[in-house]
Design a protein around this ligand. Structure first.
Ligand code: NI
Length: 215
């Protein structure tokens, strides 16, 4: 199994190295390490968690033209090609299908403990100092303004509506990042999220203060 995980890690490292900073190999590596750290406390199958963490962004709808199912389909094909046992490949592909956030008013799909851990690890990387840096990197890559006070945040009710949204980056905090703390499903991630959440609130308060002095 270690051989399969090494092979997948190498493939993913090649595919993601040098990509835009919000979804590059360092993001995948942080999610992988965080997920394994959560596993030591929360339990679950460590191999399944490693594979799902490494492959969770393999074909992300944000980058593949909006196909929500391509990720799990491509992951299943890849794992089959690498001779991964079918049952494990199927479990990993099912986790990949449910990791991403699909809107403030869209509930998360039910998943296994392994799925909860990978989803929580991905969300921990979306908040706090790193989350702030990633949000502005992603917004920059999509040529979005930092902020536009005339455009209020929206709570999206469908994944299609959420995926289409092209708002400024400060809205992303209200539409997703500040909501993640309460969507953590493991006790460990929930407690790690607290400090990162407070840091984002502090950042937004400071941002607002500086903005209102200058505009
Ligand atoms: Ni991710």
């Amino acid at each position: 199994m270690t051989h399969l995980i090494d092979q997948v890690a190498q493939l993913v490292e090649v595919k993601f190295t040098g990509l835009e900073g919000s979804h590059d190999w360092f993001h995948i590596k942080r999610v992988w390490q965080t997920a394994l750290c959560l596993q030591t406390i929360e339990g679950g199958n460590a191999d399944e968690i490693s594979l799902a963490a490494l492959l969770h962004d393999y074909s992300d709808h944000k980058y593949n033209g909006g196909d929500f199912d391509a990720g799990s389909r491509e992951v299943l094909n890849l794992l089959n090609q690498l001779n991964c046992p079918f049952e494990l490949a199927d479990r990993v592909a099912k986790i990949v299908q449910v990791v991403s956030y699909k809107g403030a008013l869209v509930s998360d799909e039910a998943t296994s403990i392994e799925g909860k851990i990978v989803r929580d690890a991905d969300r921990l990387d979306a908040i706090g100092a790193i989350g702030i840096a990633r949000a502005f990197s992603y917004g920059g890559c999509k040529e979005r303004p930092l902020y536009d006070p005339s455009i209020a945040p929206l709570l999206h009710a469908t994944k299609e509506e959420y995926a289409k949204s092209k708002s400024h980056t400060v809205n992303h905090f209200y539409e997703k990042l500040l909501l993640l703390k309460d969507r953590m499903e493991t006790v460990t991630a929930r407690s790690l999220a607290e400090e990162r959440h407070q840091f984002m609130l502090q950042f937004l308060a400071q941002f607002e203060q500086e903005w209102s002095l200058n505009h």
